[in-house]
Write a protein that binds this ligand. Structure first.
Ligand code: GLU
Length: 228
Protein backbone atom coordinates (compact mmCIF):
# COMPACT_ATOMS: atom_id res chain seq x y z
CA UNK A 1 0.00 0.00 0.00
CA UNK A 2 1.77 3.09 -1.10
CA UNK A 3 0.62 6.38 -2.55
CA UNK A 4 -1.78 8.04 -4.97
CA UNK A 5 -1.85 11.65 -6.04
CA UNK A 6 -4.10 13.27 -8.61
CA UNK A 7 -4.50 16.86 -9.73
CA UNK A 8 -6.90 18.80 -11.96
CA UNK A 9 -5.67 22.26 -12.91
CA UNK A 10 -2.84 24.02 -14.74
CA UNK A 11 0.55 22.23 -14.59
CA UNK A 12 -1.11 19.00 -13.46
CA UNK A 13 1.83 16.84 -14.58
CA UNK A 14 4.35 18.87 -12.55
CA UNK A 15 2.04 18.98 -9.53
CA UNK A 16 1.48 15.23 -9.70
CA UNK A 17 5.19 14.50 -9.99
CA UNK A 18 5.83 16.73 -6.97
CA UNK A 19 2.91 15.06 -5.20
CA UNK A 20 4.18 11.50 -5.60
CA UNK A 21 7.65 12.66 -4.55
CA UNK A 22 6.14 13.75 -1.24
CA UNK A 23 4.92 10.16 -0.83
CA UNK A 24 8.37 8.64 -1.41
CA UNK A 25 9.10 8.34 2.32
CA UNK A 26 6.50 5.54 2.51
CA UNK A 27 8.64 3.26 0.34
CA UNK A 28 7.75 2.00 -3.15
CA UNK A 29 9.07 -0.13 -5.99
CA UNK A 30 7.81 1.72 -9.09
CA UNK A 31 5.86 4.80 -10.07
CA UNK A 32 3.75 6.17 -12.89
CA UNK A 33 1.58 9.04 -14.06
CA UNK A 34 -1.32 9.28 -16.53
CA UNK A 35 -2.17 12.64 -18.09
CA UNK A 36 -4.19 14.17 -20.90
CA UNK A 37 -2.26 15.73 -23.76
CA UNK A 38 -3.56 15.19 -27.25
CA UNK A 39 -0.35 16.19 -29.04
CA UNK A 40 2.05 14.22 -26.81
CA UNK A 41 2.04 11.29 -29.25
CA UNK A 42 3.73 13.55 -31.82
CA UNK A 43 6.75 14.09 -29.57
CA UNK A 44 9.73 12.55 -31.38
CA UNK A 45 11.53 11.60 -28.18
CA UNK A 46 8.84 9.12 -27.18
CA UNK A 47 10.63 6.51 -29.29
CA UNK A 48 13.49 6.55 -26.78
CA UNK A 49 11.17 5.30 -24.05
CA UNK A 50 8.88 2.81 -25.76
CA UNK A 51 8.94 0.43 -22.75
CA UNK A 52 7.78 3.17 -20.42
CA UNK A 53 5.13 4.97 -22.44
CA UNK A 54 1.63 4.12 -23.53
CA UNK A 55 -0.39 6.59 -25.58
CA UNK A 56 -4.09 6.30 -26.32
CA UNK A 57 -6.20 7.66 -29.17
CA UNK A 58 -8.40 9.42 -26.59
CA UNK A 59 -5.52 11.82 -25.79
CA UNK A 60 -4.41 10.19 -22.54
CA UNK A 61 -0.86 8.99 -22.03
CA UNK A 62 0.85 6.97 -19.34
CA UNK A 63 4.50 7.05 -18.31
CA UNK A 64 5.74 4.41 -15.84
CA UNK A 65 9.08 3.36 -14.47
CA UNK A 66 10.43 0.74 -12.12
CA UNK A 67 12.58 1.88 -9.20
CA UNK A 68 13.10 5.42 -8.03
CA UNK A 69 10.92 8.37 -8.97
CA UNK A 70 14.13 10.09 -10.13
CA UNK A 71 14.10 7.75 -13.11
CA UNK A 72 10.50 8.64 -13.92
CA UNK A 73 11.32 12.30 -13.46
CA UNK A 74 14.17 12.06 -15.99
CA UNK A 75 11.69 10.84 -18.61
CA UNK A 76 9.31 13.69 -17.74
CA UNK A 77 12.14 16.21 -17.93
CA UNK A 78 13.09 14.94 -21.34
CA UNK A 79 9.54 15.00 -22.76
CA UNK A 80 8.09 17.84 -20.67
CA UNK A 81 4.41 17.00 -21.25
CA UNK A 82 1.90 19.65 -20.19
CA UNK A 83 -1.54 18.75 -18.96
CA UNK A 84 -4.55 20.00 -17.03
CA UNK A 85 -5.27 16.62 -15.43
CA UNK A 86 -3.07 13.81 -14.10
CA UNK A 87 -3.14 10.86 -11.72
CA UNK A 88 0.04 9.39 -10.26
CA UNK A 89 1.05 6.42 -8.13
CA UNK A 90 3.88 4.99 -6.12
CA UNK A 91 3.49 1.22 -5.89
CA UNK A 92 4.23 -1.29 -3.20
CA UNK A 93 3.59 -4.54 -5.04
CA UNK A 94 1.07 -6.93 -3.51
CA UNK A 95 -0.01 -8.78 -6.68
CA UNK A 96 2.57 -9.14 -9.43
CA UNK A 97 6.28 -8.45 -9.13
CA UNK A 98 7.69 -4.92 -9.24
CA UNK A 99 8.00 -4.09 -12.97
CA UNK A 100 7.03 -1.47 -15.53
CA UNK A 101 4.06 -3.61 -16.70
CA UNK A 102 2.72 -3.94 -13.16
CA UNK A 103 3.32 -0.29 -12.26
CA UNK A 104 0.21 1.91 -12.14
CA UNK A 105 -1.75 3.60 -13.72
CA UNK A 106 -3.64 0.65 -15.18
CA UNK A 107 -6.22 0.92 -17.95
CA UNK A 108 -9.05 -0.85 -19.74
CA UNK A 109 -8.35 -2.38 -23.15
CA UNK A 110 -9.50 0.74 -25.04
CA UNK A 111 -7.78 3.09 -22.57
CA UNK A 112 -11.05 4.78 -21.62
CA UNK A 113 -10.74 3.82 -17.94
CA UNK A 114 -7.50 4.72 -16.21
CA UNK A 115 -6.98 3.75 -12.59
CA UNK A 116 -4.48 4.16 -9.74
CA UNK A 117 -5.07 2.14 -6.61
CA UNK A 118 -3.71 1.74 -3.11
CA UNK A 119 -4.72 -1.42 -1.32
CA UNK A 120 -5.63 -4.99 -2.12
CA UNK A 121 -8.59 -6.43 -4.03
CA UNK A 122 -8.88 -9.73 -2.21
CA UNK A 123 -11.43 -11.29 -4.60
CA UNK A 124 -9.63 -10.14 -7.76
CA UNK A 125 -9.16 -13.69 -9.13
CA UNK A 126 -12.83 -14.48 -8.84
CA UNK A 127 -13.63 -11.16 -10.57
CA UNK A 128 -10.98 -11.77 -13.22
CA UNK A 129 -12.74 -15.04 -14.07
CA UNK A 130 -15.84 -13.03 -15.04
CA UNK A 131 -13.76 -11.17 -17.66
CA UNK A 132 -13.22 -13.96 -20.18
CA UNK A 133 -11.75 -12.77 -23.47
CA UNK A 134 -10.16 -9.70 -21.86
CA UNK A 135 -6.51 -9.06 -22.68
CA UNK A 136 -4.65 -8.11 -19.51
CA UNK A 137 -1.28 -6.39 -19.62
CA UNK A 138 -0.30 -6.85 -15.96
CA UNK A 139 -0.56 -9.37 -13.13
CA UNK A 140 -2.07 -6.89 -10.68
CA UNK A 141 -5.35 -6.97 -8.82
CA UNK A 142 -5.81 -3.31 -9.82
CA UNK A 143 -6.07 -3.93 -13.56
CA UNK A 144 -9.19 -6.01 -12.90
CA UNK A 145 -10.91 -2.84 -11.61
CA UNK A 146 -10.23 -0.98 -14.88
CA UNK A 147 -11.57 -3.92 -16.90
CA UNK A 148 -14.67 -4.25 -14.70
CA UNK A 149 -15.45 -0.54 -15.14
CA UNK A 150 -15.29 -0.97 -18.89
CA UNK A 151 -17.41 -4.13 -18.85
CA UNK A 152 -20.14 -2.73 -16.57
CA UNK A 153 -20.28 0.83 -17.98
CA UNK A 154 -23.94 1.85 -18.26
CA UNK A 155 -23.39 5.36 -19.65
CA UNK A 156 -23.19 6.96 -16.20
CA UNK A 157 -19.64 7.13 -14.84
CA UNK A 158 -20.42 7.53 -11.14
CA UNK A 159 -23.12 4.85 -11.14
CA UNK A 160 -20.71 2.48 -12.85
CA UNK A 161 -17.97 3.18 -10.30
CA UNK A 162 -20.37 2.63 -7.39
CA UNK A 163 -21.55 -0.63 -8.95
CA UNK A 164 -18.03 -1.96 -9.55
CA UNK A 165 -16.89 -0.92 -6.04
CA UNK A 166 -19.78 -2.91 -4.58
CA UNK A 167 -18.19 -6.02 -6.16
CA UNK A 168 -14.78 -5.41 -4.56
CA UNK A 169 -13.68 -7.06 -1.32
CA UNK A 170 -10.57 -5.72 0.38
CA UNK A 171 -9.16 -2.23 0.55
CA UNK A 172 -8.87 0.61 -1.90
CA UNK A 173 -8.18 4.26 -2.42
CA UNK A 174 -8.97 4.60 -6.10
CA UNK A 175 -8.45 7.57 -8.40
CA UNK A 176 -10.18 6.96 -11.72
CA UNK A 177 -10.33 8.84 -15.00
CA UNK A 178 -12.95 8.16 -17.64
CA UNK A 179 -11.09 9.43 -20.69
CA UNK A 180 -14.04 10.62 -22.83
CA UNK A 181 -14.77 13.06 -19.98
CA UNK A 182 -11.19 14.25 -19.49
CA UNK A 183 -11.74 16.97 -16.89
CA UNK A 184 -12.61 14.90 -13.85
CA UNK A 185 -10.97 12.53 -11.41
CA UNK A 186 -13.36 10.14 -9.68
CA UNK A 187 -12.41 8.82 -6.26
CA UNK A 188 -13.52 5.88 -4.10
CA UNK A 189 -12.34 4.77 -0.69
CA UNK A 190 -12.54 1.64 1.48
CA UNK A 191 -10.07 0.72 4.25
CA UNK A 192 -7.23 2.74 2.70
CA UNK A 193 -6.63 6.43 3.46
CA UNK A 194 -7.75 9.06 0.97
CA UNK A 195 -8.32 12.82 1.03
CA UNK A 196 -9.72 15.16 -1.62
CA UNK A 197 -9.51 18.92 -1.71
CA UNK A 198 -9.59 22.02 -3.81
CA UNK A 199 -8.27 25.54 -4.04
CA UNK A 200 -8.58 28.35 -6.54
CA UNK A 201 -8.50 26.68 -9.99
CA UNK A 202 -7.48 23.21 -8.88
CA UNK A 203 -8.69 19.98 -7.33
CA UNK A 204 -6.53 17.36 -5.66
CA UNK A 205 -6.75 13.78 -4.40
CA UNK A 206 -4.13 12.08 -2.27
CA UNK A 207 -3.63 9.07 -0.03
CA UNK A 208 -1.77 11.15 2.54
CA UNK A 209 -3.19 14.25 4.22
CA UNK A 210 0.30 15.61 4.93
CA UNK A 211 1.30 15.54 1.28
CA UNK A 212 -1.41 18.04 0.27
CA UNK A 213 0.02 21.44 1.00
CA UNK A 214 -1.97 24.19 -0.63
CA UNK A 215 -5.65 23.17 -0.72
CA UNK A 216 -8.10 25.65 0.77
CA UNK A 217 -10.60 22.95 1.58
CA UNK A 218 -9.79 19.32 2.40
CA UNK A 219 -12.10 16.38 3.00
CA UNK A 220 -10.90 13.20 4.64
CA UNK A 221 -12.99 10.47 3.04
CA UNK A 222 -14.75 7.78 5.06
CA UNK A 223 -15.25 4.20 3.96
CA UNK A 224 -17.74 3.89 1.09
CA UNK A 225 -17.36 7.59 0.22
CA UNK A 226 -17.05 8.64 -3.40
CA UNK A 227 -15.89 11.96 -4.79
CA UNK A 228 -15.40 13.80 -8.10
N1 GLU B 1 -2.41 -4.17 -4.99
C1 GLU B 1 -1.94 -3.22 -5.93
C2 GLU B 1 -0.73 -3.74 -6.69
O1 GLU B 1 -0.13 -4.71 -6.31
C3 GLU B 1 -1.66 -1.86 -5.29
C4 GLU B 1 -0.48 -1.84 -4.38
C5 GLU B 1 -0.26 -0.46 -3.72
O2 GLU B 1 -1.07 -0.06 -2.87
O3 GLU B 1 0.76 0.18 -4.05
O4 GLU B 1 -0.38 -3.18 -7.69
Amino acid sequence: MCGIYGYVGYTATNETLLGIKKLEYRGYDSAGIAFYNNSFKLNDNIKNFTNNIKTFKNGFNIIKEEGEINKLEKIFNCLNPKSGIAIGHTRWATHGKPSVENAHPHYSENGNWIVVHNGIIENYLELKNTLTGTKFSSCTDTEVVAMLLSKHFNGNVMETIIKVCSMLIGSYALAIIYAPDPNKIYVAKLNSPCVVGYGKNFGVVCSDLNAVTKAEKLFVLNNHNFAV
